[in-house]
Design a protein around this ligand. Sequence first.
Ligand SMILES: [Zn+2]
Length: 342
Amino acid sequence: MHRIRAVCAVLVFALVAIFFVPMVVFNITGMSPEFPVVTIYDQGATTQTESTAYTVDDLLYGMGITLMGHDRVNYPLDFPIYNGMSVRINREFSFYITINDGPPVQITASSGITVEDALVQAQAENHVTLLYPNDLTREITPNETLNFLTWHSREFNETAILPFETIENRTGAMRYGQTHLRRRGTDGEHETTTMVIYIGGYEDSRVIVSENILVEPVDAIFSIGTAPMGALTDPTDPDFRYVRRVRMHATAYCACFICTGRNPEDALFGITASGRRVEHGIVAVDRTVFPLGTRFYVQGYGFAEAADVGGAIRGYSIDLFMYCHQEALRFGRRDIYVWVLH
Ligand SMILES: [Zn+2]
């Protein structure tokens, strides 16, 4: 008995819920009016009415409001009317689109559409990418003309020569003025991919998309001789030219008082008999054997020029200038070969 009574209570509650909840939902503010009050916005006019209609369609029909092809309502037409409802009608209107300032095309749409909506649609219809240089989010006003600009790009490749560099290696193993091509240079090739952007049908800008070296250039290598004319640094070189080779008694000296009898304060300190300042390569000889200005290649010393004399330098003797007294002492005295170059 109790169980049956409980089941009945649940059924009654369910029925109440099914019938009364929608009534409450659709009559939120339904205190006094018998029928729902609906507000209609249409072409700038606002109308409030108490309606006996069941659906939006009935409501508009009853008020003599007709809809054109692109007119749009903010509810489905079969939506039930409820109290406090706001029905908004976006009326059809026209505007014009031109592309790249071409002929205008009339577009009919429901009001409230934005420039972006129109642009997206025009892109889809014309299969192009379009730009609008101003605000895209604003609503289009009736009869205005929107000029869209096409955007497209094109890529092209260009190849250019990458010229080879020339490397000059200076070498004392070759005579001055002599050059030898050690490696032939070859040009490389360079490729650039450029994107040209056209806006409104005209070139707007260019962007380098990629750069590639297709062929690396190969440097040319030249050897440039630096050895004095008629001589090479290595007397064993078959090209080494000399007048004669002599055996000489060699000593060494520096600019100091012990070696020259002159102090740094003296006017002629460091000045040779030929008037030249001492440096590596200056040697003293017996000028009756080798006139001043004679050029030599001295074993263990290098290229030299007779520019000085000395009291003890007689016959086949040669005194080699060195920068430091210790170095001169270390050299001591020894018999060496001297190649007379001219
Ligand atoms: Zn000295």
